[in-house]
Design a protein around this ligand. Structure first.
Ligand code: SF4
Length: 304
């Protein structure tokens, strides 16, 4: 919601383009160190990990009358860079870190095995609100092209008159290729996008953008080849699997099938998201949304 709104604003106001996604801390760190000239292009949106933590410690804390200082928020991520991200500056919407502990999916699996949890015997319970029911758009964030597709689902809906039957699937940005390009006609305007995964591909594309060889308005970058499905914190498969199966493609396929099965596939249709905006944030891009869900960047050296 925030990223789609930011993209529309940048296009309408003639602000810095191409807008580049900011949900991959491995990529953000790389950009700060090696391509600082592109920092104004980075979306100011926090990553999903940080947004969830920020909502828990502001909206949820207020709703439940709990001092955010007494909350420990723990995220489970496919990513080791997320452990670094929780300590970044400007990630403390309630004056305390948005996220206190970030564990990887690999660590969670070890804990589950160690505790002897049997999932089939667990009671079927709903997650706590808010953000209990993820939309299909949320699920596909894990695959390269997924963040772009999720943002396009909302941006195109908004730009074409908020019709309920606005497009859901943007197949051109799917797939494990390292660099993908697509062009969409959105309400009469051509929107050109690029999706890259793997930092070598990011370097290649950004160099082309810098040299004026590529002209796009929106870029998704994921540090890990294939996106978070292939993140550094994911469960490691044995060589007999890795050598014969494209794990990135299989995991992405699983996410897209979960998306297809979801009743709600667009972020702006999620009842939980609507509730958070109606009761707390106001509109996407509002002052409160900026205080809670957005962040900032600065050039850095990797030695710091
Ligand atoms: S692409 Fe890799 S570094 Fe980036 S958020 Fe996903 S797992 Fe982390």
């Amino acid at each position: 919601m925030e990223e789609a709104n930011e993209f529309i604003d940048r296009v309408k106001n003639g602000d810095v383009l191409p807008m580049i996604t900011s949900c991959s801390p491995g990529w953000v760190r790389y950009c700060e160190a090696y391509f600082p000239e592109f920092l104004p292009n980075l979306s100011s949106c926090k990553s999903p990990q940080q947004m969830a933590g920020a909502i828990i410690k502001t909206y949820w804390a207020k709703k439940n009358n709990i001092d955010p200082k007494n909350i420990v928020s723990v995220s489970v991520m496919p990513c080791t860079a997320k452990k670094f991200e929780i300590g970044r500056e400007d990630q403390s919407a309630a004056g305390v870190p948005d996220v206190d502990i970030s564990i990887t999916t690999r660590e969670l699996v070890k804990m589950i095995n160690k505790a002897g949890l049997r999932f089939n015997d667990l009671p079927d319970e709903k997650f706590d609100s808010p953000l209990s029911e993820g939309s299909g758009a949320a699920v596909i964030f894990g695959a390269t092209g997924g963040v772009m597709e999720a943002a396009l689902r909302t941006a195109v809906w908004k730009l074409t008159g908020e019709a309920p039957d606005s497009p859901v699937e943007f197949n051109e940005v799917r797939g494990v290729e390292g660099i993908k390009f697509a062009e969409y006609n959105v309400g009469g305007t051509a929107v050109k996008v690029a999706v890259v995964s793997g930092l070598a591909n990011a370097k290649k594309l950004l160099t082309q953008v810098k040299n004026g060889e590529v002209d796009v308005q929106f870029i998704e970058v994921m540090a890990c080849p294939g996106g978070c499905v292939n993140g550094g914190g994911q469960v490691i498969q044995p060589a007999e699997v890795r050598n014969f199966v494209d794990i990135r493609a299989e995991r992405a396929k699983a996410l897209y099938s979960l998306d297809t099965a979801r009743a709600v596939r667009k972020s702006h249709e999620s009842p939980d998201i609507k509730e958070v905006y109606a009761n707390f944030l106001g509109e996407p891009g509002s002052h409160t949304a900026h205080e809670v869900l957005h962040t900032s960047y600065k050039p850095s050296s990797l030695s710091k």
